[in-house]
Structure formats: C-alpha cells, structure tokens
Design a binder for this molecule. Sequence first.
Ligand SMILES: [Zn+2]
Ligand SMILES: [Zn+2]
Length: 231
Amino acid sequence: MESRLRNLAVEALFPRFCVACAREGSLMCRDCLDQWTPVPPRVSCAYCGKGESPRTCHDCQEEMYLDGLSYFVPYGNALFRELLTSWKYHGDHSVEPIFEKSLRRAGLRMEPPVKPYWVTHIPLHPTRERFRGFDQAKHVADWAGEIFGLPVETFVERRYKTAPQARTQHTRRRVGEMDEVFGILPGVQVPEHVLLCDDVFTSGTTMDAVARLLKENGAKTVWGFTLAKGR
Ligand SMILES: [Zn+2]
Ligand SMILES: [Zn+2]
C-alpha cells in the first residue's frame, strides 16, 4: 500500500519523458522502444572476461559454481541504467513491459545451452521486498520463463539481508562471505538444471553463492540470466 501511494506521488510530481528521445509521455516512447536493440555484449567468461563463450572458463570453474551467464546489456549502457533506476528505486512499473519486450527480442542470443531448465530467481530479503513492493529478480525469472517456455519456481529464500562480514572485509573467500545468507525453501526438490535469474550481475559473489547452494542440493547445472552485467 505504502509503495502504491509512493508511486502515485512520483507520477504526479515527475511527468515521464522518453529516456531515449526525451519526448513527453512515457519512459520509452513507442518509436524508441521499437528501435531499442542495444549492442549485444561481447561474450566471454563472466568472472575473468576471457574466452569467447558465455560458459565459465576452465580456470574459473575451479573456484566458481555458476556454469555460465547470459545477459542483456553491459551495465555501462546509459539508457538501461536510467530504466533500471526508475524501476528499482522509483518504483516505476512502466519499465517492466520495456524490459520484457527487449528481452524477447534478444531472446535467442540469451538462450541457455539446451536442457530442460527450471527458472528461478535470487530473492530479496522479505523486509526489502516489502519496502520496494516487488522483487525485480522475480520479474526477470518470469520473463525468462515466458520467453523460453520454461517452468518458473521459487527454490531459494534469503535469510539475512547481507553477510555480517561482507560489509567490512572484501578480501575474504568470496563465496564464504555469503554462507547462510540463502537457504533452500522447505519442501523444495531442486531440479537438475536451473536458470538462475537476477537483475544485475556485479561481482558475481551472490550469484555464485546461490549456485553453490543449488548444487549442494542436487542441481547439476546452474546457468545465470540477468538484465545486465557490471565489471
Ligand atoms: Zn523516444
Ligand atoms: Zn574465467
């Protein structure tokens, strides 16, 4: 309720302008949306940037659990960042059809290696989801499920907002930082192949921690799917 009121207030105070051409009316006008096909990112190992495959490279596989990553745009894409900010921090839901449509167009290049995947997401902490009014990663999972025709299910819960030591020590073992932050939901049977969705892949620490959790609970493949990837 609170977030709905906040959205109404935001809409009244800030009329929308197309982020691409500045025309008044919507966050991305119909013309710009039809044309918005951001340059696909250079495909490489998500962790070290080497190679030419979205699969985690041989060297990184020694330490990491995520098998590969498909993403829509580099986080540096200015238009994307404006849309993401409006969505996540200003609660502007008119961003959702823009992302959905763009992802659908990018579909093929973002498709994970052929397997019977189940789609899931990295959840927000319940307190944060309540504050924000929605979980953006859940939307990404729903879109991926729609686009690829795959079943969508929630497998993971976030038990703590952040790992206590994550705030102070960045040099510790990366995956270990996130131990116990996430857990498998009670009663869940983790499938063999999971497409793990989030909005942005930054250092990959969170995604890798959840990939490890899923693998420790029965998954054989965990492939990442995000809107963007930072450095
Ligand atoms: Zn426009
Ligand atoms: Zn690598």
